[in-house]
Design a protein around this ligand. Structure first.
Ligand code: C2E
Ligand code: MG
Ligand code: MG
Ligand code: MG
Length: 287
């Protein structure tokens, strides 16, 4: 009896796996035509200066409006794009589109674009950045690339060469999801990043968990000792902002300030933060 039950559960599990594999394969096929079909859209989430109490720029976050499945999360399709190599043309599109849009913003606004490990290792990245900047007229100083520690898996020497050659263009480089990868502080010695983005997992329970607080404090201290900025991701509560402000965190990003918005809503957000006073400005989201 028990044996049969086990087998049944096994077959059920296997079928579920098949189903998941089929769904992924179908998504990957659809991903191939998504650029051509105009199904991608770049959303923007504000990066907010705690001390200056204003928006300093935006992070570009890709959205896929699938004709049948609706909005597919980047958490679902970016890994697929990465595995299939489609991330390279998709990433090129994101860079061009983001620079084009950011060039229409006030001069003080910077924009950050995520670059995945495979895209980072692709030979055309630097040329893509150069073209996106020149086609849009966006000054290089206003563009930041966000990379994760995983770009250091493999050829560290080549990774450092790429980082330096990108930096030579005048753009900035941020280290995303800091603290979650297989963090090695030696990377901070070998390359002068412009910003550390503290992963949102450390912001969760910031007020209640001593360990999260200790890690946040340590990363902020580390960033400042290196002469670079610290940004906390995933800030949802005013109480979290209070702690981060006390700890001297330079920038925050999260639903508290605003969710990611379509390009058309960016100007309204900039305006709102330019005129409202602290407290009121976190009252509601621009959609
Ligand atoms: P990320 O670069 O760490 O981006 C931050 C993620 O946190 C975004 O998820 C954002 O919507 C979400 N977020 C922001 N504030 C909050 C908050 O207060 N609470 C919570 N729970 N979440 C918050 P999203 O847009 O789903 O993107 C997920 C990941 O997908 C990104 O993480 C990034 O690694 C990747 N991604 C997104 N767009 C691109 C892209 O154009 N290219 C590449 N290569 N990766 C991308
Ligand atoms: Mg990012
Ligand atoms: Mg992040
Ligand atoms: Mg993340």
């Amino acid at each position: 009896q028990a044996k049969n039950d086990g087998k049944g559960a096994y077959h059920f599990f296997e079928a579920a796996l098949d189903e998941e594999a089929r769904r992924r394969r179908k998504l990957e096929v659809d991903l191939r035509s998504a650029i051509r079909e105009g199904q991608f859209e770049v959303y923007f989430q504000p990066l907010y200066s705690v001390a200056e109490q204003q928006i300093k720029g935006f992070e570009a976050l890709l959205r896929w409006n699938h004709p049948v499945q609706g909005m597919v999360s980047p958490a679902d399709f970016i890994p697929l794009a990465e595995d299939s190599g489609l991330i390279v043309p998709i990433g090129e599109w994101v860079l061009r589109e983001t620079c084009r849009i950011a060039a229409t913003w006030p001069n003080s606004m910077m924009v950050a674009v995520n670059v995945s490990p495979k895209q980072f290792a692709s030979p055309g990245l630097k040329q893509t950045v150069i073209q996106a900047l020149s086609a849009s007229g966006l000054p290089a100083e206003r563009l930041e690339l966000e990379i994760t520690e995983s770009i250091f898996i493999g050829n560290v020497k080549r990774t450092l060469e790429t980082l330096h050659s990108l930096r030579a263009l005048g753009i900035r480089i941020a280290l995303d999801d800091f603290g979650t990868g297989y963090s090695s502080l030696s990377y901070l010695r070998s390359f002068p990043f412009d910003k550390l983005k503290i992963d949102q997992s450390f912001v969760r329970g910031l007020e209640t968990e001593a360990s999260g607080f200790a890690i946040i404090r340590a990363i902020i201290t580390l960033a400042h000792a290196l002469g670079i900025e610290a940004l906390a991701e995933g800030v949802e509560e005013l109480t979290q902002l209070d702690v981060l402000q006390r700890e001297g965190c330079d920038l925050v990003q999260g639903y508290l300030v605003n969710r990611p918005v379509p390009a058309a809503a960016v100007h309204e957000l900039i305006q709102r933060f330019g005129v409202e006073i602290q407290g009121q400005r976190f009252a509601g989201s621009v959609a």
